[in-house]
Write a protein that binds this ligand. Structure first.
Ligand SMILES: N[C@@H](CCC(=O)N[C@@H](CS)C(=O)NCC(=O)O)C(=O)O
Length: 235
């Protein structure tokens, strides 16, 4: 594996985080993300970590390194991302989001809210899978039809956000499902820049989340901007 690790350090929160973690962690970032050099399935996780003022280390795996197969053999499902929280190693991007939701108070304030957050996150995952199918399997032949059908999917989230006056999917504070929705919407705005024009609640949601100070700083960082959205250059 490429051990040329680097950190996506959220400079806004670095000082605070060092203070929080240095006593027990001897200045080491508590979290490590091992992934390919793309935003992909780690983007929502990185956005969430930034917003939560967390520091993490990146282990970037090149395709050549991955093709050797040694790392793949160690991954529970033979795929990345891998996320380490101290001795705990997790696979599956939505599991990682849930773990961070539990640890950082972004999983609702009771069991009912947690169940609704799970439900919306599963809905976001359905849209993400459709998007990934387009990007990796049928971009040339399917883009037009995909964009035409997109309002049918976006309208479901529009209705939820229009109803919940807090501006978040569930309850009155941000959850891991909000980060995932935000990331998927950013990707869709690249695919189809006008796709949110007839969805004021979604447009407002993207504007509000984008302007949260730590997210704004992260989205403006080279660490974020230098990474392609997807592994095949399509977006
Ligand atoms: N359900 C998994 C999907 C993971 C996945 O599709 N990983 C891809 C990259 S995004 C991968 O590792 N591809 C290389 C391979 O399958 O050999 C998740 O959400 O983490």
């Amino acid at each position: 594996m490429n051990q040329n690790c680097h950190s996506f350090l959220n400079l806004v929160s670095l000082h605070k985080m060092q203070n929080m973690h240095c006593i027990n962690r001897q200045h080491l970032p508590p979290y490590t993300i091992t992934y390919f050099p793309v935003r992909g399935r780690c983007s929502a996780v990185r956005i969430m970590l930034s917003d939560q003022g967390q520091q993490w280390k990146e282990v970037v795996v090149s395709l050549d390194e991955w093709m050797k197969g040694d790392l793949k053999k160690t991954c529970v499902f033979g795929q990345l991302p891998k996320f380490q929280d101290g001795d705990l190693a997790l696979f599956q991007s939505n599991t990682i989001l849930r773990h961070l939701g539990r640890k950082h108070g972004a999983y609702g304030k009771n069991d009912s809210e947690a169940a609704l957050i799970d439900m919306f996150n599963d809905g976001v995952e359905d849209l993400r899978i459709k998007y990934l199918k387009l990007i990796y399997q049928e971009y040339e032949t399917g883009k037009e039809a995909y964009i035409k059908d997109l309002p049918n999917h976006l309208s479901k989230f529009e209705a939820v956000l229009a109803k919940n006056k807090s501006g978040f999917l569930v309850g009155d504070s941000i959850s891991f499902a909000d980060y995932s929705l935000f990331d998927v919407l950013l990707n869709h705005q690249v695919l189809s820049p006008t796709c949110l024009d007839s969805f004021p609640a979604l447009k407002g949601f993207v504007q509000r989340v984008s302007s949260r100070p730590k997210i704004k700083a992260f989205l403006e960082s080279d660490a974020y901007k230098s990474l392609p959205i997807n592994g095949n250059g399509k977006q």
